[in-house]
Write a protein that binds this ligand. Structure first.
Ligand code: 2B7
Length: 641
């Protein structure tokens, strides 16, 4: 936590670049979007400033409160933003921080060594996008206050009271401008997940989240002395760890502060997440390639020396070693350079060398000291190597088929239109529902693939078994894209992949199994928005020869209130797709003009949570599965009604 700071830092180090109007004109440029996500970013930007103060070694507690009316208060016990006049601007430094775009020690090369923040423009952007914002600072035994509206100063910084000299800190309260954001309601769980992650990444820091919008306030506190070591334990909570320790490496090389924590579990997935200055890097970058290089080299060296790997064996690949690995790679760096289309990939070359050398050295030492753990990992990797070899052969079989032509799965009732943009495929639970769907469908553009019963749980099987599974093979060949490294979105045969299952617990489970498969093997299908859930109705109401369908209990109630609750009502509760005849299935669930489709989405920033969601849903432990409904609500968004 203790990063070096420049002691002379004060009111004059804040630099001034340009005005705030630009932010209100093009908010998306500064916070990504004005959606719910952008709304939440406002909180992260303010919290990030407090976290920087913690990284500098001066702040131990951060409190975030969601107030009634959805204003937000963030408080820290740092030094308090300097209140003295900034000589270049002629106004207090704190006013510069909130009213001038790009103000900050980070641009002047002063105060902070490392800095988080999405675009490094933090506080002033939040101020510009807030209907009002108030800042209160405790410093030198005094309490100062200032208020802004839509980024404009309402009154000069004033002294409003006194406090004990040792009491210092910053408090910011803001109300997002509802003329800018699409929604103004904060989601407690979204903030909770992100703040927990921030606490994991900043060991020792306590972050408390309080929601006071309901009569009974909800409060949660995150404080991890073990930092990312505890993060790994948390991520592994849905799985069985293969050994007790979380392996931890830490150090600074070439001005790059590196922290890595890792532990293997009994799954077959790589659940590694990387961060730069506490910001997740979904596309990795130099720090991740340094990490991968280090573990591949180190485990191969160890396995050879310990004679676990014979000279005649193939070397272990990175994939072999990363099977069942949960890892956090976190670097703090003064001037991060982000690359790639979405600017999420770290480009600084010094980070590669720093992570590589720290992990290689400390991991080698750890393995020498803990031969039992080393053996478990090497043997797991060897098994993975053999399974991968078998999988490659099985995969070649599934891959050849579509090339030979006319070898689509026998159960697939394909559509006649060959333009993927017009085409959709329904993956249907059960042969009987599949039969109704085939009768009901619009033959030109709708294909039907019935699957028998529950599909294989890919969280619990190695690759070779997965490729041997008939239901999974059928999906892979029908979609046409191939999987994992062979995946090619341009070969996708349908632009809507619609999962259609019963509207009950079993149906939800089957849908989750399918989503798990897609998420693990063809994540791009979900990321690019090609995957949907069909929504069959729960009830049919008949009255005086008129028919209504209800998709929820609330809707049924609404309809009943409308038409009157009397003895002429005939209500049928659908237990499964099979209870509907073809015509009903078409009208309620398949007809593009009348159906409800839900698009499945992945929020990249919450990737670590989604990963755990799938492992806990599909893993051995029963209790976490109860969270299913909640998780479901999170990754599914209503598309059209
Ligand atoms: C780059 C800017 C934003 N800043 C300081 C000092 C302390 C400090 C801050 C902060 C959010 C809500 C409660 C430095 C840095 C401005 O310069 S910002 N604490 N907390 C914060 O924003 N919390 C600072 C050197 C000496 N004394 C104070």
């Amino acid at each position: 936590m203790s990063q070096e700071v420049n002691q002379e830092y004060g009111a004059d180090q804040i630099q001034i670049l340009e005005g705030l109007e630009a932010v209100r004109k093009r908010p998306g440029m500064y916070i990504g979007s004005t959606s719910e996500r952008g709304l939440h970013h406002l909180v992260y930007e303010i919290v990030d400033n407090a976290v920087d103060e913690a990284l500098a070694g001066f702040c131990k507690n951060i409190k975030v409160t969601i107030n009634p009316g959805n204003s937000i208060t963030v408080e820290d016990d740092g030094r308090g933003i300097p209140t003295g006049i900034n000589s270049k601007a002629g106004i207090p430094a704190v006013e510069v921080v909130f009213t001038v775009l790009h103000a900050g020690g980070k641009f002047g090369g002063g105060g902070y060594k490392v800095s988080g923040g999405l675009h490094g423009v933090g506080a002033s952007v939040v101020n510009a996008l807030s209907y009002w914002l108030e800042v209160e600072i405790k410093r030198d035994g005094k309490i100062y206050k200032q208020r802004y509206e839509r980024g404009k100063t309402i009154y000069s910084l004033k002294e409003v009271g006194s406090c004990p000299i040792e009491e210092t800190g910053t408090k910011v309260t803001f109300l997002p401008d509802d003329t800018i954001f699409e929604t103004s309601v904060y989601d407690y769980n979204t903030l909770k997940t992100r703040l927990r992650e921030t606490a994991f990444l900043t060991k020792g820091l306590r972050i408390t989240l309080i929601d006071t919008r309901e009569e009974e306030p909800v409060e949660k506190s995150f404080h991890y002395e073990g930092g990312i070591k505890e993060f790994v334990t948390y991520l592994n909570r849905g799985n069985e760890a293969l050994y007790h320790d979380v392996i931890y490496c830490e150090g600074t090389v070439n001005n790059v502060y590196v922290e890595v924590a890792l532990q293997h579990n009994d799954s077959f997935n790589d659940s590694s997440y990387s961060f730069v200055n506490n910001i997740i890097t979904p596309e990795g970058g130099t720090h991740v390639s340094g990490f991968r290089n280090a573990i591949t080299k180190t485990f191969n060296n160890y396995a050879k020396e310990a004679k676990i790997l014979k000279d005649s064996d193939n070397p272990l690949t990175g994939d072999d070693i990363r099977e069942g690995l949960t890892a956090i790679i976190s670097v703090k760096i003064e001037e991060p350079q982000f690359e790639g289309q979405t600017k999420q990939k770290l480009g600084n070359s010094e980070a590669r060398g720093a992570v590589d050398s720290i992990v290689s050295e400390q991991l080698t030492y750890y393995l020498e000291q803990h031969p039992q753990v080393a053996k478990i990992i090497c043997e797991k990797s060897l098994l993975a190597q053999r399974a991968r070899e078998a999988a490659r052969k099985a995969r070649e079989l599934t891959r050849k088929k579509p090339l030979e032509g006319g070898s689509l799965p026998g159960k697939l009732a394909d559509c006649s239109d060959k333009n993927p943009e017009n085409c959709e495929i329904f993956i249907v639970e059960g042969d009987s529902a599949g039969g109704s769907a085939k009768t009901a469908r619009s033959r030109a553009t709708q294909a039907i693939l019935p699957l028998r019963g529950k599909i294989l749980n890919v969280e619990k099987a190695r690759e070779d078994r997965i490729y041997a599974n008939a239901e999974i093979k059928a999906m892979i060949t029908a979609f046409g894209t191939g999987i994992r490294d062979d995946f090619d979105i341009t070969k996708l045969r349908y632009h809507k992949i619609i999962i259609m299952t019963d509207a009950d617990v079993d149906g939800a489970h089957i849908a989750t199994l399918m989503l798990t498969f897609l998420y693990r093997f063809m994540p791009e299908l979900i990321k690019q928005g090609y995957v949907y859930l069909a929504t069959p109705p729960l009830y049919k109401l008949e009255k005086n020869k008129k028919v209504w369908y209800a998709y929820s209990d609330e809707e049924l109630n609404r309809i009943l209130t409308e038409v009157g609750r009397d003895s002429n009502n005939k209500i049928q509760r659908y237990k499964g797709l099979g209870e509907m005849d073809a015509e009903q299935l078409w009208e309620t669930t398949m007809d593009p003009d009348r159906r409800i489709l839900k698009r499945v989405m992945i929020d990249e920033e919450n990737a670590s949570e989604i990963n755990v969601t799938f492992s806990t849903l599909m893993g051995d432990e029963v209790e976490p599965r109860r969270e299913f409904i909640e998780a479901n609500a999170k990754y599914v968004q209503n598309l059209d009604i």
